[in-house]
Design a protein around this ligand. Structure first.
Ligand code: NAD
Length: 376
């Protein structure tokens, strides 16, 4: 099996290094042959080759089982025109691999519930499933035409169907609830989306389907996040809902993602791109303080979906939890509250556990150490 590693810019290489270290440890321990290939994407590729991604790198991605990506972008490249910026490299790869399903698990670690902005964050565990290749982002015509501007919101039946099927399949293995998000009281496209999703639901009598208007959904996520299971969203609404959902668990450094396409690799494996949802964090790049958890969890999803190694993926998550229980924290997991509040809440959650503030690398090393015990 082949993994193309694209560390990218800013903290990308720092967090990706830790994920590669953890994956490599698992593969060696399990004697599974997986090849890593490292390439440039984003600003570093622009600096070296003049383009955010080279065609040969896109070809390599197509021929890989999985792509592990850090982040792209930074102020240095902000003045470039949109199609020449680092982000264009990422969009090109998503498009070339036709990655239509974006999966963002929103799960609170009990050890970290104190950093959530919500009073009650216990037990939050749902998945935002966002359609990634259609909607108003890709609809034609589009443009600015003198004194008016236009974008086209569009969904085709097959696009709604395939993401709806995935939502119901996922829910079947979880809490058996799909919440489909739309704006069917106003938009024809949403009304069509609702109709197709309801038709697919007929084939899953064991899974409950609910519909929610997107405006109300933003409210429910804050009020009662514990009730959700699989939140199915069109591209535009999913973009907004998934960031809001990420916010309720307290740090961008905790949110992984997987983008899957239709390339079946056999044995139930699917080609995918795995990346933390955060950006290149130029404000902390090079300081070795970035939180690698989001990237480590992305590596866990990579094991599950693209390598057929769900058990090993689960072990990565377990190892992260062990490390958190031992009191290891990167700085972003400490800074949300005043010193007084911090002491109070951390004491409440972990009794006498001593908090150890560690670097990105030290956190990754601690995860490997924990995996050593779990993998015997
Ligand atoms: P960002 O996610 O990079 O950072 C937002 C804030 O979160 C910063 O204060 C940062 O320090 C903090 N943060 C992010 N990840 C963290 C981590 N792992 N550990 C600790 N703290 C973390 O968003 P931004 O500042 O808006 O964007 C910076 C650059 O990243 C921009 O060029 C933007 O275009 C790009 N970007 C790229 C992606 C991607 O590659 N998929 C996504 C979002 C933004």
């Amino acid at each position: 099996m082949k993994i193309l590693v694209l560390p990218g810019d800013g903290i990308g290489p720092e967090v990706v290094d830790e994920a590669v270290k953890v994956l490599d440890f698992i593969f060696q321990k399990k004697k599974i042959k997986v090849e890593f290939d490292f390439e440039l994407i984003g600003g570093v590729s622009i600096d070296k080759y003049g383009v955010p991604i080279r065609d040969e790198v896109v070809e390599k991605a197509k021929n890989s089982d999985a792509i592990l990506l850090g982040a792209v972008g930074g102020p240095k490249w902000d003045p470039l025109p949109i199609d020449k910026r680092p982000e264009a490299g990422l969009l090109k790869i998503r498009k070339a691999l036709e990655l239509w399903a974006n999966i963002r698990p929103i799960k609170i670690f009990p050890e970290l519930s104190y950093i959530s902005p919500l009073k009650n964050s216990d037990g939050i565990d749902f998945v935002v499933l966002r359609e990634l290749t259609s909607d108003v982002y890709f609809g034609q015509p589009r443009g600015i035409f003198g004194d008016y501007a236009l974008n086209t919101m569009i969904y085709r039946k097959e696009e709604v169907e395939r993401i709806a099927y995935l939502a119901f399949e996922m829910a079947r293995k979880r809490k058996k609830l799909v919440t489909s998000v739309d704006k069917a009281n106003v938009l024809e496209v949403s009304s069509f989306w609702r109709k197709i999703v309801s038709e697919v639901a007929q084939k899953y009598p064991d899974v409950k389907l609910e519909h929610a208007y997107v405006d109300a959904m933003t409210y429910y996520i804050i009020l009662n996040p514990q009730k959700f299971d699989v939140v199915l969203c069109p591209n535009l609404f999913g973009d907004i809902i998934s960031d809001e959902a990420g916010g309720i668990i307290g740090s961008l450094g905790l949110c992984p993602s997987a983008s899957l396409g239709s390339l079946n690799l056999g044995d139930g494996r699917i080609q995918g791109l795995y990346e933390p949802i955060h950006g290149s964090a130029p404000d902390i790049a090079g300081k070795s303080i970035a939180n690698p958890i989001a990237t480590l969890l992305s590596a866990s999803m990579l094991c599950e979906y693209s390598l057929g190694m769900k058990e090993e993926g689960n072990l990565i998550e377990k190892a992260i939890r062990n490390v958190l229980s031992e009191g290891f924290r990167t700085q972003d997991l400490l800074e949300k509250k005043s010193q007084d509040e911090k002491k109070k809440s951390q004491k409440g959650k972990r009794g006498k556990t001593k908090i150890k503030v560690v670097s990105t690398k030290e956190f990754g090393d601690a995860v490997v150490k924990s995996l050593k015990k779990l993998l015997i």
